[in-house]
Design a protein around this ligand. Structure first.
Ligand code: HEC
Ligand code: HEC
Ligand code: HEC
Length: 288
């Protein structure tokens, strides 16, 4: 009796382990493999984006394919099977065209799930169409997870590494990264001197910080052509004025100086970093 239970339990465990393993492998297969991300982006993409192309051809083709792809679902739920099939044919033609556009990526455009979707559309039964549609959707997201961000960083973001800035204090022309270090020295110099009770030095550092802050503002226009509403806008500029006032008060309240300084660090430095550092780092390390 005991042995039978043990035997059954063993079988159960083996079965369960097998199940877990297959579902684990299935979920692993759906996710982009990290090894794929370390493969550099295909060189043939260059001619599908500015400056080589006049327009972001690849992006426009993607958008062109996405409309009939979503259109299939729009029509299906309007019970308009005729147009759903029409959208499917348009989608398939776009898909096939796109699969040939970047030869290195042809393998990421399997045709079987698309053909399967076509077959389920003949029935017009949403219960059959939806699972097949989702399978095609996975083909899209599989490649998007792997490649969309780095394509954006390479072809749509300006290049932080190409930016140079003249430092107003040393008159050196430096890279963006080097300039950030200079900005940090002035910014941190205020608090360091405050903590040491060297208020005159703290005031001097603030003047330097102001000059460098203004120089940094100029760099925004390398990539943006509209006024910036965050990070360097008048609320942050008002904080710098407030900091100056606090440093010129007598006696100086170190707590107040610390608070305002922290506020600048949060509203200017930290929040701008949240948006821009991932792009800058992705451009620096070879994920392009
Ligand atoms: C082989 C890779 C690959 C496959 C497969 C793929 N895409 Fe894309 N797609 C991309 C890349 C890369 C971008 C980013 C292009 C850019 O920003 O210039 C993109 C961008 C897009 C965009 C624009 C998103 C935006 O607003 O920035 C849409 C929409 C889109 N794809 C739809 C689809 C659909 C729908 C499918 C599947 C039927 C699909 N894609 C399959 C690589 C792929
Ligand atoms: C190397 C290019 C580059 C530089 C330099 C740059 N940005 Fe950006 N920034 C971008 C891109 C790309 C986006 C996302 C798309 C967009 O909004 O244009 C963005 C988004 C933003 C956003 C959010 C969207 C918006 O428009 O409100 C803000 C705010 C912003 N940047 C502020 C700044 C400020 C302030 C500076 C200068 C201190 C700056 N950026 C410098 C490329 C850059
Ligand atoms: C455009 C918005 C933006 C603003 C505003 C900004 N930074 Fe940066 N900062 C960046 C980006 C982008 C990087 C990454 C640059 C790179 O590594 O090429 C960076 C990197 C840095 C670094 C790391 C430099 C290194 O050696 O890797 C420091 C330190 C720094 N910033 C300090 C500051 C301080 C202090 C402030 C506020 C007073 C500030 N930054 C404001 C965008 C910004």
């Amino acid at each position: 009796m005991k042995r039978a239970v043990l035997f059954l339990a063993t079988i159960l465990i083996v079965l369960l382990a097998g199940l877990l393993l297959t579902s684990f492998q299935a979920s692993k297969k759906d996710k982009p493999q990290s090894s794929d991300i370390t493969v550099p982006l295909p060189a043939s993409l260059d001619k599908l984006f500015p400056p080589q192309a006049e327009q972001p051809v690849f992006l426009f083709k993607m958008l062109g394919m996405a409309t009939p792809f979503t259109g299939i679902i729009v029509d299906l739920f309007e019970n308009d099977l005729e147009n759903a099939k029409d959208n499917f044919e348009k989608f398939k033609a776009n898909y096939t065209e796109l699969s040939k556009l970047v030869p290195e990526w042809e393998k990421y455009f399997p045709i079987e799930p698309v053909d399967k979707l076509g077959r389920t559309l003949i029935s017009g039964d949403p219960a059959q169409v939806m699972p097949a549609y989702e399978q095609v959707g996975k083909v899209c997201s599989n490649c998007h997870n792997m490649n969309m961000p780095r394509v954006q960083y390479k072809y749509h973001w300006g290049d932080f590494q190409a930016i140079t800035i003249e430092d107003p204090l040393t008159r050196q022309v430096v890279s963006f990264q080097q300039f950030m270090q200079f900005l940090d020295v002035s910014y941190t110099g205020i608090s360091v001197n405050m903590n040491q009770g060297q208020i005159d030095n703290a005031r001097k550092q603030l003047q330097g910080f102001r000059a460098r802050f203004e120089a940094m503002e100029e760099t925004c226009m390398n990539c943006h052509d509209t006024e910036r509403l965050y990070y360097v806008d008048e609320t942050v500029e008002a904080m710098i004025d407030e900091l100056e006032e606090a440093l010129n008060a007598s006696p100086v309240d170190p707590k107040k100086v610390g608070m305002i300084s922290q506020g600048i660090g949060m509203e200017n430095c930290f929040k701008c970093h949240l948006v821009h550092v991932p792009a800058a780092v992705a451009q620096m390390i070879s994920v392009k």
